[in-house]
Each structure stands twice: as structure tokens, then as C-alpha cells.
Design a protein around this ligand. Structure first.
Ligand SMILES: *Cc1c(COP(=O)(O)O)cnc(C)c1O
Length: 452
């Protein structure tokens, strides 16, 4: 008879604080495939770690957001926030769905042009627009959102040189009851800065003020803040109408809707607690509809949602490198991905699922990345079933900002794959190589010679 395999005993330390008033969290089921593509197959074909984007989830989430707004308001336009995920394939999915683009730098602006977005469907935000960027945007008739007076005066100078009338909006910041207030971008509403900029733009008569813009924050958990913001923009719009007899073409409410991630320190999982698109839409659209506007004069409502449209569509597949015990007895698991490619683990408690069957035992663990850096912690405290070296995991809700904010530190950035609507994987960004990295570096000749 075969000897029965040894199974290690499990002793569990009971920690106060693991339970909360809603009970314990049950977030563990094996995730063996994404949209029908097997996790193990993806890793063997494209390597580990690997970012995986779900086209199906992007399209579904986008349609859900559009429905929430178009059922409540007659004129709605989304503009994809490039900085959230500017991989060309991902942007193209949004453009196929009808989204314009929202960019915050010359680099992003040119990326949008190269993706085939017409200049007049590009919204140009941000405090740093060079002369070349501004000239390009003016010639392309893009919507230029002015951030500060220095930029306003520079545009006035350029209009004289170019003999063009740029289409502009101003970015407005304001007190919406959510603190800290984002007041470093644009012109302040309460102090009169915004009204001052509006007067300067209209009375110098060198450009067309076609819109008013705000972006009040990110991961906003209070939809009512958007109602306050919309009301303040509308107040400016009515002042423009009564003083100058001009109607604003659009109100741009920016982004900032929360994704279904779990912020560190929150009681409930994000999926159970964050507002829905309907909640945000209700706040914004009611403010517009209940205003003094007649039906014909209602402005176009532009939304620049980033995070909430793409976060859930992103997954990070990874592999267990090793397990060890910390001096306080806790279990530590080291993964092959770290904060260099999962920047958002500084703010979120990312859900992590084993990618294979496991026992029903769980243990409090710390999840570390592979970097030689003490802050490389993916989860400080997570209850996970034991996993062996070589086992795989799926990290959820990583589609926003990670693939633009990732750092090239110690290791190369990995492949990104998108699973199409039929479950077929497409490589949409190649992993970096030493050859590529070295192609950017130049060692002066005199340093090449040494003897050791
Ligand atoms: C980043 C950004 C967005 C997108 O923000 P999310 O919080 O990801 O929705 C929209 N507009 C502007 C101006 C931005 O800077």
C-alpha cells in the first residue's frame, strides 16, 4: 500500500480586525480563465507576469456608462482619457464605440492623431502645452482647455501669428464639498478667477469660448459633488449668456467616477459600495435639466471618464516565486510582479485569485513583489489559500493607470494581451527587451575600455 502523503497541520492565528461588522470576506474562488482563454495557456504562450485586457468588458462597461447618461440627457459625448490607458488597441476599442479623445500632453495628442482621431474630436487638457503643441492643436481645430492665464496670453499671441480663431474652453476648479479640493488646475470659481478668464477671452475677441470644463477629482465616492460642480458651471454659462448673449456649446464634467476597486481601509469591497454610472448620471443630468436652459439651448454634455471605464477590464497574471515565514510568524508569498508594474497597489486592496484548485484552508499572508525594495508590497494582509512555487494567480481590476504609470525599474515591462470578443488573445504590446533598453543608451567611447 502506498504511504499516505503528509499533510502539514494548519494553525490559524485569530486576528481582531480581520472581521468587520459585515462579517468575513469571501473573495476566493479559483479563476482559471478570462473570457474563455485559459490562464495557464496565456502564461505559457505570453510569459509571466502578463497583463490581460478583456475587450468584452471594455465594450460592456462603456455601453453601460453611455446608457446611464443618454437615457437621462439628450446630448452626450464621451472622450477617452488617454492617460488612463493609452495603448493604441485599447484606445481604438473606445473610438470604435464612438468615444472622442481627451489628452493631457503633446505626446498623448500625437498618439490620438496617429490613432486616426480627427483633430476636432480631440480635447486638449493639462497645464503643459508647448508652443508646438498649441500650434498643432489650433491648426487642427481641437478643443483647447486653458489651464492658466500664461497659457491664455500665449494663445492670444499665437492667434496673431497664425491668423486663426482657436476653439477654447476653460478648466474651472471649485469647492464641491469634497476635500482636499483640487484647485491646482484651471481657474477657481469661488474667487472669481474663472469669471475673470471668461471676460478676458471674450473681450479680447481672438478665440471662441465654446465650452466650460471641470475635473473635480478621481475615485469620487459622492455623486452629489458632481451636481454641485455642474450647477457652478451652469452659473458661469448663464452669466456669459446674460452679459454677452452667447450660448456655450458644451459642458465638460471631466472624469473621476470610481471603479469597482477596493480602497485601502474601506469596510466593504468596492464592488458593493461604489456609486454606479446611474448614480453619477442622475446627479449631473438633473442639474442640467433643472436649470433655466430651454430645450434647444441645452449644451452638449461631455464626459472624460477613465478609471471607471477600464479598470475592471484589466487583469494581471503572475506566478508564485517563493514562500517564507516572517519573524512574527506570518506567511509571506513572493510574486513575480511588484509595485513597478502594479502602481495601484499603493491605494487599492487588489483582489487576488489563485488560478488553480486549492484546499479550503486559508492563512493570513503578506504578498510581496520581486523587487529589492522594502516598499514592494502588493497586499499587506490578505487571507489566501496556501500556494506553491510555480502556482499562478490572477490580480483583478488593474486596467486603469497601471499600464501608463508602470516603471522600468530592475525588470522590463511585460507583454499586454487583449482577449477579443471571441475569446482569442491578441498581443497588443510587446514586452521590453534588453536590446530595446540599450538602444536608448549611449556610452561615450572613452568609457568602453576597462580591465578588471
Ligand atoms: C485623468 C483625467 C481624467 C480621467 O480621470 P478618471 O479619474 O480616471 O476618470 C479626465 N479628465 C482629466 C482632465 C484628467 O486629467
Amino acid at each position: 500500500m502506498e504511504k499516505i502523503r503528509y499533510e502539514r497541520p494548519v494553525i490559524k492565528k485569530l486576528n481582531t480586525g480581520v472581521m468587520n461588522k459585515y462579517g468575513t470576506r469571501t473573495e476566493y474562488t479559483p479563476v482559471t480563465n478570462i473570457d474563455g482563454a485559459r490562464v495557464k495557456d496565456l502564461i505559457s504562450e505570453f510569459g509571466s507576469p502578463l497583463f490581460v485586457m478583456s475587450e468584452q468588458t471594455i465594450r460592456k462597461t462603456y455601453k453601460d456608462a453611455v446608457r446611464a447618461f443618454t437615457t437621462r440627457y439628450p446630448k452626450v459625448q464621451f472622450a477617452w482619457s488617454y492617460k488612463t490607458h493609452y495603448n493604441n488597441a485599447i484606445c481604438s476599442v473606445f473610438h470604435q464605440e464612438g468615444s472622442w479623445s481627451e489628452v493631457v500632453s503633446g505626446f498623448e495628442y500625437n498618439k490620438a492623431l496617429l490613432n486616426g482621431v480627427p483633430g476636432n474630436k480631440i480635447i486638449f487638457n493639462g497645464p503643459d502645452k508647448t508652443d508646438d503643441d498649441l500650434i498643432l492643436a489650433i491648426n487642427n481645430e481641437s478643443m483647447i482647455h486653458i489651464d492658466h492665464l500664461d497659457e491664455l496670453y500665449r494663445i492670444i499671441e499665437l492667434t496673431d501669428e497664425l491668423k486663426k480663431r482657436p476653439k477654447v474652453a476653460i478648466r474651472v476648479n471649485m469647492d464641491t464639498g469634497v476635500y482636499p479640493m483640487w484647485d491646482r488646475f484651471g481657474f477657481n470659481y469661488e474667487s472669481g478667477q474663472a469669471w475673470d478668464a471668461i471676460n478676458k477671452i471674450i473681450l479680447t475677441n481672438k478665440m471662441d469660448l465654446i465650452g466650460l470644463h471641470t475635473h473635480i477629482g478621481t475615485f469620487m465616492l459622492t455623486p452629489s459633488a458632481y451636481a454641485v460642480a455642474a450647477t457652478k458651471l451652469l452659473d458661469l454659462a448663464f452669466h456669459i449668456k446674460s452679459k454677452f448673449g452667447k450660448n456655450i456649446t458644451y459642458i465638460d464634467m471631466g472624469g473621476g467616477f470610481a471603479s469597482r476597486n477596493t480602497l485601502k481601509g474601506s469596510y466593504l469591497m468596492g464592488a458593493d459600495s461604489v456609486p454606479t454610472f446611474d448614480d453619477y448620471a442622475e446627479a449631473i443630468c438633473s442639474a442640467l435639466l433643472n436649470s433655466e436652459y430651454s430645450k434647444e439651448d441645452l449644451p452638449l454634455l461631455i464626459l472624460e471618464s477613465g478609471r471607471s471605464l477600464v479598470d475592471e477590464a484589466g487583469f494581471l497574471l503572475g506566478t508564485v516565486l517563493a514562500n517564507k515565514r516572517l519573524s512574527d510568524g506570518r506567511k509571506a508569498t513572493i510574486m513575480d510582479f511588484g509595485v513597478n508594474i502594479l502602481f495601484t497597489s499603493f491605494w487599492y486592496e487588489h483582489k487576488i485569485s489563485p488560478a488553480q484548485e486549492f484546499s479550503h484552508y486559508t492563512e493570513d499572508s503578506v504578498i510581496y513583489g520581486p523587487l529589492c525594495m522594502n516598499i514592494d508590497v502588493i497586499r499587506e494582509n490578505i487571507t489566501l489559500p496556501p500556494m506553491k512555487k510555480g502556482d499562478n494567480v490572477v490580480v483583478h481590476t488593474v486596467g486603469a493607470y497601471n499600464m501608463t504609470q508602470w516603471m522600468q525599474f530592475i525588470a522590463m515591462r511585460p507583454n499586454i494581451v487583449m482577449i477579443d470578443m471571441d475569446g482569442k488573445p491578441h498581443l497588443i504590446r510587446k514586452k521590453e527587451t534588453l536590446e530595446y533598453m540599450n538602444s536608448l543608451e549611449i556610452t561615450p567611447e572613452y568609457l568602453k575600455d576597462f580591465k578588471l
